[in-house]
Design a protein around this ligand. Structure first.
Ligand code: KDG
Length: 336
């Protein structure tokens, strides 16, 4: 009887640990804390909720997603650092601050690089875009998809910007990115880098005269309350990168890895759609607030292109001509 008892005990102990570790693991609920800088009205947040719905449904609740907006968890840079440390799981920064981690990402912020959104989609979602995402692994980050921030336009409280000459001496907030800073210096402005969370107050108090962001951000963050002029400079197309902490990603089962990847791509498609509608709608909304809207002429835009070209050349050399050429070739192919 004693030996039978021992045998039963042994079987029970074996069943409880060892071999069954995997299924015990699968029962455990994992939580993704996902944070962004923009507010809950922006397409970026609406699509993050879509990501949450897909992941929670597909994993049957094994992965829970908590969503945070308006910089509740930090700004692009500090959230990306939190992902590296494993103290946060997801964030979706612009490529500009991401270039502080992987310098090659600067290429997507070359002024006047992409002619339109469709070409950006083709390049970013293609082989070339993936090559850049792969570079994130060394930084303990996984890039799951590109989303869209969009073409950036300048706003300010001083004067309507019609030509490059109008930038002279203008105190402009830029994202925390060297190339952005230098490009605006080349245009004659007086740029200062700042996290998004400090921007509204800085404009309100006159610490800066203006800033640059896509139309949906200008409208949805209510920048029109402290800015009088907006010009469709469209000087930079700003992609978002959907980032996951690599240490968290590596802990997921293979099935779960596929689910989060597909959800990031699917929610990203939805985000781009919403964002492109918002671009049109929010421009009308901005005009209705009484903001003064200026269209840049092709000649004035060409003048801006010429002024920033030396900055582009400098960064192209830093990144490596071959890498840059690959992006240019992909753009050309997508434009044809
Ligand atoms: O959620 C994204 C924002 O944190 C940021 O990337 C927006 O373009 C932006 C900016 O100007 O800071």
């Amino acid at each position: 009887i004693v030996s039978l008892f021992l045998l039963v005990m042994m079987i029970l102990v074996l069943a409880a640990c060892g071999g069954d570790e995997k299924s015990a693991d699968a029962k455990e609920v994992k939580t993704i804390r996902a944070g962004i800088g923009l507010n809950d009205q922006h397409p970026q947040f609406k699509a993050l909720v879509k990501f949450q719905e897909i992941v929670e449904e597909k994993t049957e609740g094994k992965i829970k997603v908590e969503t945070y907006h308006s910089g509740q968890l930090g700004d692009d840079r500090s959230m990306t650092e939190a992902l590296q440390l494993g103290s946060q799981e997801v964030t979706i920064p612009s490529t500009a601050p991401l270039a502080n981690f992987v310098p090659e990402f600067s290429i997507f912020d070359f002024p006047f690089l992409f002619p339109n959104e469709e070409v950006a989609d083709a390049v970013l979602d293609g082989e070339v875009g993936q090559k850049f995402l792969d570079k994130l692994e060394d930084q303990n980050l996984v890039g799951l998809a590109y989303w869209e921030n969009g073409f950036r336009d300048v706003t300010n409280s001083k004067l309507p910007i019609e030509t490059a000459a109008d930038f002279k001496g203008l105190k402009l907030r830029t994202m925390e990115n060297e190339l952005h800073l230098e490009a605006f210096k080349a245009l004659g402005a007086n740029p200062t880098p700042m996290a998004l969370g400090e921007l509204f107050t800085a404009m309100q108090q006159g610490t800066v005269d203006g800033q640059e962001n896509p139309v949906p951000t200008i409208y949805l963050q209510k920048f029109y309350e402290v800015q009088d002029y907006v010009s469709n400079t469209h000087h930079i197309y700003s992609p978002f990168v959907f980032l996951m902490s690599k240490s968290f990603f590596d802990e997921l089962t293979e099935d779960q890895q596929v689910i989060v990847k597909e959800a990031a791509v699917k929610a990203g498609k939805y985000e781009r759609e919403l964002n492109r509608e918002a671009n049109k709608q929010n421009l009308e909304d901005l005009k209705e607030t009484g903001m003064n809207y200026t269209e840049i002429t092709p000649e004035a835009r060409q003048e801006m292109v010429d002024l920033v070209q030396p900055t582009i050349d400098k960064y192209a050399e830093q990144i490596g001509i071959d890498t840059v050429q690959e992006v240019y070739d992909a753009i050309e192919k997508a434009t044809r």
